[in-house]
Design a protein around this ligand. Structure first.
Ligand code: NAP
Ligand code: G4F
Length: 377
């Protein structure tokens, strides 16, 4: 039985990756930060919280000695370092905290691996935010970096440290430069889930307009479950390397909102410009989206579009879910959550139909578990 250590189990990717590895027969040690109210709704949603091969331990990445002890205790073959302060806006408000967690945290894990067992394979969750003010379109492994936020700068430090430990100490360190990936398990702070949640509230609860910032920003959005599978593939390769995972399609935030409203059967028309732009219903003129400048960023990443040819050629990885399917999946999940009055992030949301309707995206075990759960009241 292979053993994996995952940091960040309470996050979107950590939950999906743990589920995937358990389905593959791994023993998984997964870490979360100590909290007076642990945030396990995602692993509860996936039905793995009490899995016999899942062990949950506390860890804060800013504490080197804890990282060493966790690596000793977990005895992993593979470490997936997903824990980070991940919200770009917050990184402008708390740059030092972000640098400590998102920049230095990975170095602590690398150092822990070097000290405990240099044969452990390491995955670093790098980000398309490192491309920032992009120097080429699309962006690939060879595109120069130009980060635009303390988050992006911190991720770049961690990326280069991973490359450096690979080259200096022969560590099997992989860096996955992942473009935005979303799902019904995405946090509400991020623009996609903020939109799909807002759409569902408008549809079912006559909710307020969705307040957004920069509608013109372009992102390359994929489905998270496919991206965590790509992480696993990187650590199964014969050599450690750096890979981009992306869909190679870029759309604006405005487009994502249009698709999400359409998925709920609501047409939207865009009127006005800049701060006065609004999304309105062509049927009754109702305001659906408005701009709130508080969501603008001090420096913006205007355009991300990734080229994942290398991952396709070397790992056999490619994304399958289209943006339309992703929007529909997320909107349906939020509609289901609200219908069941499970509206807070802390509660498990059983939008299980979503998973059942995408059998090609989940392992056989996961699919069966979801079916069993669906039969339960
Ligand atoms: P997420 O949902 O925000 O999850 C982040 C996780 O990191 C949470 O479990 C969080 O725990 C944990 N964490 C925060 N501070 C920590 C600390 N000091 N020590 C240990 N753990 C800590 O993020 P995600 O979307 O799953 O992303 C996973 C990783 O991929 C992150 O490193 C992210 O930067 C990177 N990434 C994500 C994307 C994307 O589009 N999703 C794209 C590129 C790269 P709490 O619940 O306690 O806060
Ligand atoms: O959803 P976002 O907050 O994601 P962002 O900044 O692209 O970062 C995400 O993807 C990165 C990979 O490329 C990850 F590394 C990172 O951890 C995170 O997962 O914002 C997307 C875009 C931005 O241009 C933002 O300015 O949407 C724009 N936006 C417009 N209105 C908004 C809003 N973003 C948020 N969060 N909230 C808004 O109201």
């Amino acid at each position: 039985m292979k053993r994996a250590l995952i940091t960040g189990i309470t996050g979107q990717d950590g939950a999906y990756l743990a589920s995937l590895l358990l389905d593959k027969g791994y023993h998984v040690t997964a870490t979360h930060r100590r909290s007076s109210a642990p945030n396990f709704w995602r692993i509860e949603h996936l039905g793995i919280r009490n899995h016999p091969n899942l062990k949950l331990l506390e860890l804060d990445l800013i504490d080197l000695s804890s990282c060493i002890r966790i690596v000793q205790a977990a005895e992993p073959d593979e470490v997936y370092n997903l824990g980070a302060q991940t919200f770009v806006t917050y990184s402008f408000e708390q740059p030092l905290t972000t640098a400590q967690i998102t920049g230095l945290g990975p170095m602590h894990m690398l150092e822990a691996i070097r000290l405990v067992n240099g044969r452990i394979r390491y995955y670093q969750a790098s980000s398309a935010e490192m491309f920032g003010k992009v120097q080429a379109v699309p962006q690939s492994e060879t595109t120069p970096f130009y980060p635009r936020s303390p988050y992006g700068v911190s991720k770049l430090f961690a990326h280069w440290m991973t490359v450096n430990y690979r080259e200096s100490f022969g560590l099997f360190g992989c860096s996955g430069i992942l473009f935005n990936h979303e799902s019904p398990l995405r946090g509400l702070d991020f623009v996609t889930r903020k939109i799909t949640d807002g759409v569902a509230r408008i549809k079912l609860q006559n909710g307020p307009p969705v307040e957004l910032g920069n509608l013109g920003a372009k992102r390359d959005w994929g489905f998270a479950l496919e991206y965590v599978e790509g992480m696993w593939r990187m650590l199964q390769a014969s050599e450690p390397d750096t890979y981009v995972l992306a869909t190679n399609r870029t759309e604006t935030v405005r487009d994502f909102a249009t698709l999400s409203f359409e998925a709920a059967g609501i047409a939207v028309e865009w009127v006005g410009k800049d701060e006065n732009e609004r999304g309105i219903s062509p049927v009754d003129g109702r305001e659906l989206v408005r701009i709130n400048p508080r969501y603008y960023r001090p420096a913006e990443v205007d355009l991300l579009k990734g080229d994942s040819t290398k991952a396709r050629m070397k790992l056999g990885w490619k994304p399958k879910t289209t943006l339309e399917e992703l929007c529909t999946m997320m909107v349906r999940a939020d509609l289901a959550r609200i219908e069941r009055s499970l509206v807070t992030e802390k509660e498990p949301a059983r939008d299980l139909e979503t998973l059942v309707s995408t059998p090609h995206l989940v392992g056989a075990g996961e699919h069966e578990r979801v079916r069993v759960l669906m039969r339960q009241p």
